[in-house]
Design a protein around this ligand. Sequence first.
Ligand code: 5GP
Length: 196
Amino acid sequence: MKLLEKMVISDGKVYDNNVLKVDSFLNHQIDPKLMNEMAKVFYSYFKEKGITKVLTIEASGIAPAILVSYLLEVPMVFAKKSKPSTITGDNFYSSSVYSYTKNITSNIIVSKDYISKNDNVLIIDDFLANGEAVRGLVEIVDKAEANVSGIGILVEKSFQKGRLELEKSGFDICSLCRIASLEKGKVIFNKADDEK
Ligand code: 5GP
């Protein structure tokens, strides 16, 4: 998606450990018009897939996911990074997710009330790097015996292993911005999935 690539070039900052900071429009301050444009692209890409739920992980996945779910006219569910007291007993699915940027492992949780066997789930997240966050969400969908119908990513770092591993598992992935390299602080793109 050309608009997102433009924003990454104009507003993104590359850090030493191959981390791209996009706090000015995605991870801290959020640009609602850009989010809406991105949601429209996901909608066009996934609208024939019979999606019944959009699933993401707090916090940065929530903004794009809610806009996509609004267009698809289905509920959006976000995995929580800690178990709230309102989810009791064993009424939840969980998975362990290692965060590349924060260097911590979180146990992500989704209530059994909000994903069930007949759901066709669209997973949305802000970044795809090593694929830990998406893998954790896929595991939760599997535990619910539901189906992953697609994966929508805003910024993919194609030089890390996440994309390749998800492709090997046969998932339909739409990344709006695919970064081939961040070496020497310079952003180089692969062709995005919505432009193929
Ligand atoms: P993964 O689980 O695929 O390794 O990484 C995905 C998660 O890590 C995303 O949800 C995002 O929060 C974070 N992340 C990974 N790489 C980056 C990066 O370069 N920049 C930012 N802002 N977040 C990242």
